[in-house]
Design a protein around this ligand. Structure first.
Ligand SMILES: Cc1ncc(C[n+]2csc(CCOP(=O)(O)OP(=O)(O)O)c2C)c(N)n1
Ligand SMILES: [Mg+2]
Length: 675
């Protein structure tokens, strides 16, 4: 084995020795980074180091001078706790300084505990195990779609977007069911440019994986339609062979790397206790000695960097050639329009569908109509439903654009099956890849199934649109299991997530438009199953109002005595109340989005909902917790604090007090109490 003592003669070493030494240097950085931070994860990073090194040194296609080059291969570290390994590699690329490594896990550093997408070279924020698999599958899907969609075939530009997507998973990732749901879709869609490496080190936090697992991963993934290779995950030649094979196999591939946690450690190799702790200083020193490294912290000799960067000239040429090909293609009008619209995200002023006054329509139906209208105008609006196509009203879109499938990747409807969480994580990957406006639909009550991915999208500041229909007890006969109660408010608690609960078909179209125009956050559209009347206001007024989050739907002469603040289907109820409650000055406010309203000036907010001098009443078919913010301590909150019931919705509305008469009597009672 070569040691640092012979480093002067590095150029004379065999390639194999150079690679091994480079991996040892990386492992040294991992041990030092975690020790220096006094927290972090050492063991898994050391077992995956060989694969990640070989991948980045020999295979990954990227532009060393531009981490956002569009046609780069994507690498997702689903095992986000192995962050120090990724940071060490990014240091060898040159995107990270040694100072960054020393700042691991410190405030405002480039090296947070788990990878965050804001950092150059990090493709996705990861850490919650399993989701990275869905994210990578979303990226592979985006590549497959863009590969077949962008380009002018007559000019031989079909493959302008063409790359691989790699993902690294650990035992925990595969134990999380979201990864399996997503993997089933990858198999079904045959995303053959997806390459997953499984760091099968048989260890996890609490001990050996055999305590919790006896899954036959080979049979499992074969059953999902994947190609499997099992190798020694520390053997560089075997890793190279496996990646080469994966690149040509016409199926998504899983490389199972049998590895040791804490690989190479002097005394702790194979010990699950290396998973999430700094190694003892003595263990680090002995391990470094074993690795032929000097007893120095953050040791990275220049020759190792040069060796790692041996492909850089080629990589730069590849990206430069691609860029010049792109420039040439962009001289063509059709291609240029496609590129600027799809990849550079230039969305024109969207035309909205017509809905006529006097019509009654469920907002989910309005969503479907709007979806079809927008899809004509946005070629990269891609998505579908988690097997609720007729209920989510995405069937028209599916019929017009067809199912994305093996053998036809130009199609824009994604038939997700009953897989809400995988769907949401795949949508995240599509958005992170770029060149896509992804949407997905299910019932609001099942937003809980997808919730971790909603949070992740919000954290990553990406545009993903969630359609959540059947948004209250008005679901009716399906009963309490299908009737959301706490969900509206629960979604509002996710930071940087915009929740829209539109009052009518026109507000629905406008909310959808705003969601598409919001580049830096995900949005949810909460939609009714039941019909609601079309508002009498013009699109201009509605759009101006919705952009502010809340606005006056109908007003009284002079200062209001009562302000009814309603969302969704309760806006028309509030209007009925206003019409029936004679002798009072009443204002009705539609508040489709709390988040947008919160961004308004104090003056706008107070002009709309006066802080004093009137009774404020909130009307929303969900739990009331939170509405105190707008109705104040003496206000009245009308909602539903219990689970729903199974019955026709009109009977439920009566039982739960959502009729004009019952609302009026509650208001009168409340007014009496205040006197
Ligand atoms: C969804 C989720 N649950 C729990 C955790 C906490 N956690 C981080 S790593 C880990 C163990 C994972 O084991 P494995 O993937 O085998 O990693 P290794 O120990 O091999 O590094 C756990 C439970 C998490 N990050 N995400
Ligand atoms: Mg493990």
């Amino acid at each position: 084995m070569r040691t640092y003592k012979e480093i002067e003669k590095f150029t004379e070493w065999s390639e194999e020795d150079k690679d091994q030494f480079a991996v040892n240097v990386i492992k040294g950085l991992v041990m030092d980074g975690v020790r220096n931070a006094n927290s972090g994860h050492t063991g898994g990073a050391m077992s995956s180091a060989d694969f990640v090194y070989v991948l980045f040194a020999d295979f990954l296609n990227f532009d060393p001078t531009n981490s956002t080059w569009f046609n780069r291969d994507r690498f997702v570290l689903s095992a986000g706790h192995e962050s120090m390994l990724l940071y060490s590699i990014l240091h060898l690329i040159g995107w990270f300084k040694k100072k960054d490594l020393k700042q691991f896990r410190q405030l405002d550093s480039n090296t947070p505990g788990h990878p965050e997408v804001r950092i150059p070279g990090v493709e996705a924020t990861t850490g919650p195990l399993g989701q990275g698999v869905g994210v990578a599958i979303g990226m592979a899907l985006a590549e497959a779609f863009l590969n077949e969609t962008i380009g002018d075939l007559s000019k031989n530009s079909k493959n302008i977007v063409s790359h691989y997507t790699y993902v690294l998973v650990g035992d925990g990732d595969l134990q999380e069911p979201v990864s399996l749901g997503a993997a089933a879709l990858a198999g079904h869609w045959n995303l053959h440019k997806l390459i997953m490496f499984y760091d099968s080190n048989s260890a996890q936090i609490s001990g050996n994986t055999t305590r919790a697992d006896s899954t036959d991963v080979i049979s499992l993934f074969e059953g999902l339609g994947w190609h499997i290779q099992k190798i020694n995950g520390h053997d560089h030649d075997a890793i190279r062979d496996a990646i080469q094979t994966s690149q040509v196999i016409e199926r998504p591939t899983l490389i199972i790397g049998e590895t040791n946690i804490g690989n190479g450690c002097a005394n702790m190799e194979g010990d699950h206790n290396t998973h999430g702790v700094p190694l003892p200083q003595k263990e680090i020193e002995q391990t470094k000695e074993k690795f032929g490294l000097p007893n120095k912290q953050f040791y990275v000799p220049k020759c190792v960097i040069n060796h790692f960067q041996k492909r850089f000239e080629n990589l730069s040429n590849t990206s430069a050639n691609w860029n010049s090909q792109l420039r040439k293609l962009r001289k063509g009008k059709v291609f240029n329009k496609q590129w600027s619209q799809i990849v550079e995200n230039r969305i024109m002023n969207l035309e909205l569908p017509e809905f006529n006054k006097g019509e009654f329509l469920a907002t989910r139906k309005a969503f479907g109509i709007t979806l079809e209208k927008f899809a004509e105008q946005i070629p990269h609006l891609v998505g579908g439903s988690a097997d609720l196509e007729p209920s989510n009203c995405t069937g028209g879109f599916a019929k017009a654009y067809g199912d994305f499938q093996k053998g036809n990747r130009k199609k824009r409807n994604l038939a997700f099956g009953v897989r809400e969480f995988p769907m949401a994580s795949i949508l995240n990957g599509m958005a992170l890849h770029g060149g896509m406006i992804p949407f997905g639909g299910t019932f609001l009550v099942f937003s809980d199934y997808a919730r971790p991915a909603l949070r992740s999208a919000a954290m990553q500041e990406i545009r993903v649109i969630h359609e959540f229909s059947h948004d209250s007890f008005y679901v009716g006969e399906d009963g309490p299991t299908h009737q959301p109660v706490e969900h509206i408010m629960a979604l509002r608690t996710i930071p940087n997530y915009t929740v829209f609960r539109p009052a009518d078909p026109k507000e629905t179209a406008v909310c959808f438009k705003i969601a598409i125009e919001s580049n830096n956050n995900p949005s949810a559209l909460l939609l009714t199953r039941q019909s609601v009347p079309v508002l009498f206001l013009s699109y201009n007024r509605i759009e101006a109002g919705v952009k502010k989050g809340a606005y006056i739907i109908c007003d009284c002469e002079g200062a209001p005595e009562i302000v009814l603040i309603a969302t969704g289907s309760e806006v028309s109820l509030a209007m009925d109340v206003a019409n029936s409650l004679k002798g009072k000055r009443i204002r009705v406010v539609s508040m489709p989005s709390w988040e947008l309203f919160e961004k308004q000036s104090k003056t706008y907010k107070e002009n709309l909902i006066p802080p004093r001098g009137c009774l404020k009443v909130s009307l929303e078919a969900g739990i009331t917790l939170g509405w105190e913010r707008y109705v104040g301590p003496s206000g009245l909150m009308i909602g539903l604090e219990t689970y729903g019931l199974s019955a026709p919705y009109k009977e439920l509305a009566d039982r739960f007090g959502f009729t004009p008469q019952k609302v009026i009597s509650k208001i009168n009672k409340h007014l009496k109490k205040l006197l």
